[in-house]
Design a binder for this molecule. Sequence first.
Ligand code: ZN
Length: 170
Amino acid sequence: MNIFRKIYKNLVVIGKPLVVHTEALAIDSVWEMAKKAALSGKVRKWYVMTPVNYDYSRVCLNLKLSKKRYSDLLKKRYLWLINHKQKLELHVHLNMIMNISYNEQEKLITESVQWMKKELNLNVKEFVPGWWMSNGDTLKILKKLKLRLVKFVDYRYMHDYEWISRQNSV
Ligand SMILES: [Zn+2]
């Protein structure tokens, strides 16, 4: 993260409620921390990744599960969160430099919305793009799907993997 963003995040949004972007809840150690955080009542909202980002997860998490098993596992864990009064919205990683076509973006976002509906019976209303990267196409797609783009300054946030990555750094 850009150093100025980090300073801004710590100084200006420190009083705002904590929101977690999830990418790594398929990892058992991360999931254990997530459950604790959910039970602590300190998390206002979870922006969750769907199996639409399976390839991203496979590379970044060294995930060995098939897409089907990954989907089933996320479903089970997200339902646990929902059953413990947690609010879930959508997190989708598009592409860091946004050299992605309108159609590719639309497919990723639409399929994510559909997965949330089909597997969790949730109608998502908000969307946070990975790395805060979005463009004009993203806005058109979100308008079409009636989703609100959440901006960087809206809240204090962390990624779920930070619970573990901090422990693992030397
Ligand atoms: Zn992310």
